[in-house]
Design a protein around this ligand. Structure first.
Ligand code: 5BU
Length: 258
């Protein structure tokens, strides 16, 4: 069996600045937790991130959920991220032709490429989606994750679609640094696997979301990062919840090490 590398060792192997930094943060802060701050006001998002910043390696946003968006919000978001040493991931799920995603990434109200270290894309349009995003992101040292699998019931990102997505990532490693997936899909230690649909207790919501536990995702399925939304942001005590997910995710990782 292959030796499991530490986050520190993987950081050293990475040539992309974003994964190099991400694994370094994971190593130093002892966390493989990404929070999904799916809240409707700038105030709520900033409050949550200020409180749980010490426990996360990255914050995931859906910037188009926010009702009172303003450019000052992004400035504050970046300040909190810097202060607490975590990265920003806009879960935009680009899924159009190259020329359109290029405009969506760089322009419009949100100017995502100005502030998000990481974005993601569906592979359904074919390689043009990566090529378009790359034209914007590469010069800014940004990174992209391809959605190889989804957490939702009945999703179509399976089988040959997943296999073709892995190939697309491997062929674009200057910009694509890993996957959104439900398990480890390839052995390359410089590619990162991030998994949404995580709660301390498995189960589902009323709209097809399916949850796995941190132990299942990291320990048994070999993913690298747990993405947790409602498990934290709807908890009674969000700091306590964030700590619990940090601990569960990190313990599962430590138990894999030689
Ligand atoms: P939850 O509250 O922990 O269920 O939120 C999960 C987040 O991850 C939410 O922002 C989704 O948009 C996101 N997500 C997901 O749940 N499943 C997927 O396959 C992908 C993204 Br891709």
């Amino acid at each position: 069996p292959k030796k499991v590398l530490t986050y520190g060792e993987r950081s050293e192997l990475c040539t992309h600045p974003v994964t190099k930094e991400l694994f370094k943060i994971m190593h130093e802060k002892e966390t493989n937790l990404v929070v999904s701050a799916d809240l409707k006001t700038t105030k709520e998002v900033l409050q949550v991130l200020k409180k749980i910043g010490p426990h996360i390696c990255m914050a995931k946003t859906h910037i188009d959920i926010i009702e009172d968006y303003n450019p000052e919000f992004v400035t504050q978001l970046c300040e909190i991220a810097k202060k607490h040493n975590f990265l920003l991931f806009e879960d935009r799920k680009f899924a159009d032709i190259g020329n359109t995603v290029k405009l969506q990434y760089s322009s419009g109200l949100y100017r995502i490429s100005d502030w998000a270290h990481v974005i993601n894309a569906h592979s359904v349009p074919g390689e043009g989606v990566v090529k378009g995003l790359k034209e914007v992101g590469l010069v800014k040292d940004r990174a992209c994750l391809l959605i190889a699998e989804m957490s939702s019931l009945g999703n179509l990102a399976t089988g040959d679609y997943t296999v073709a997505t892995i190939k697309m990532a491997e062929e674009n490693k200057d910009f694509v640094v890993g996957f959104i997936s439900q398990k480890k899909l390839c052995d390359d230690p410089t590619l990162v696997h991030m998994t949404p649909g995580v709660k301390l207790e498995c189960g589902k919501d009323s709209l097809g979301q399916q949850y796995l536990t941190p132990d299942e995702v990291i320990g048994r399925r070999g993913s690298d990062i747990i993405i947790v939304g409602r498990g934290i942001v709807q908890a009674h005590d969000i700091v306590k919840a964030a700590k619990a997910y940090q601990q569960a995710g990190y313990l599962a990782y430590q138990q894999l090490l030689p």
